[in-house]
Design a binder for this molecule. Structure first.
Ligand SMILES: NC(=O)c1ccc[n+]([C@@H]2O[C@H](COP(=O)([O-])OP(=O)(O)OC[C@H]3O[C@@H](n4cnc5c(N)ncnc54)[C@H](OP(=O)(O)O)[C@@H]3O)[C@@H](O)[C@H]2O)c1
Length: 272
């Protein structure tokens, strides 16, 4: 660890910290000196494992909030629990999320509702609640985890990409509003990343995660790029040259054409 790491002594809240990118972000923040962490997700036993690792490897003090962030009042409940702990949160990482594949007309209505609640409502309200305290104190860092899929409509992952477009727009607007307050909001836009997400959504048997798996990054590399960007107060972080290229192609190509690239990358190999 550096002598005076960027996160020295800070308190961070991370959603979706039980696996993948969120778990890696927790590790990265601990490496950079964060002293106290509040880890949020549904799976208490996985969070306890993460907490034990952080305690053993870095001496981090960890609090666990087992909460389903798709519940309509989840953000308020998390905020109330943090307030009850008497903690002042200096870093908020809104990372929890999941994917749904397939045609929108066949998507499960319950899953769609949960996705909009987790990716949009909870993320926006948690950001709003903690950012207000940060502005009052004159410092704070927010990292919202989006996706390169947020740069273009992606047919057959349509709702996922739309919710990520929401996160991009919301985060960039907030970052601009926060100018001069000492608080920044960074949006992290990974491309294909090794984690539980694609497996859980049945989207791992795809061109991207098989024949093109050299384009897929590790959760640790994505976390490191995101945390670097957050500490630098960057607006948008796109980890990996391949994902920067994808994002640039979304700006240059028509929405229809860039959507077709998305379809190709996420096409199920079992249909080859
Ligand atoms: N993997 C990729 O290719 C990729 C690419 C771009 C962006 N991302 C984004 O990266 C973020 C992290 O995903 P990941 O790839 O690391 O996947 P992951 O390994 O499946 O982790 C997702 C995390 O979100 C939590 N979560 C999901 N639904 C939740 C809910 N209703 N309430 C509370 N927590 C919930 C999960 O915890 P529990 O199950 O314990 O609740 C887990 O900790 C997501 O926002 C995702 O959209 C991923």
């Amino acid at each position: 660890m550096k002598n005076n790491p960027a996160g020295a002594g800070k308190t961070a809240l991370i959603t979706g910290a039980s696996s993948g990118i969120g778990r890696a972000i927790a590790g990265e923040l601990a490496k950079r000196g964060c002293k106290t962490m509040i880890l949020v997700s549904r799976n208490r036993s996985e969070l306890e494992k993460v907490a034990t690792d952080l305690k053993i490897e870095h001496g981090t003090d960890v609090f666990i909030i087992a909460q389903d962030l798709s519940e309509s009042d989840a953000a308020e409940k998390v905020y109330a629990q943090v307030s009850a702990l008497g903690l002042s949160v200096e870093i908020v990482v809104n990372n929890a999320g999941f994917a749904i594949g397939g045609p929108i007309v066949e998507n499960d209505i319950g899953k769609m509702t949960r996705m909009m609640n987790v990716h949009m409502i909870c993320l926006a309200l948690l950001t709003r609640l903690f950012a207000a305290d940060m502005v009052a104190r004159g410092n704070g860092l927010i990292l919202n985890v989006s996706s390169v899929a947020g740069f273009t409509p992606v047919p057959f992952t349509g709702l996922y990409a739309a919710t990520k477009a929401f996160i991009n727009s919301f985060s960039v607007a907030l970052n601009e509003e926060l100018d001069g307050t000492g608080v920044t909001c960074t949006v992290l836009c990974p491309g294909g990343t090794q984690s539980e997400m694609m497996k859980r959504a049945g989207l791992n048997d795809t061109l991207l995660f098989n024949r093109l798996s050299f384009l897929v990054m590790s959760s640790e590399d994505v976390a490191s790029a995101g945390v670097d960007g957050m500490f630098l107060g960057k607006r948008i972080v796109i980890p990996g040259i391949q994902n920067k290229g994808l994002a640039a192609s979304c700006r240059i190509l028509s929405k229809r054409l860039s959507g077709k690239i998305g379809i190709l990358l996420l096409a199920n190999r079992s249909s080859d």
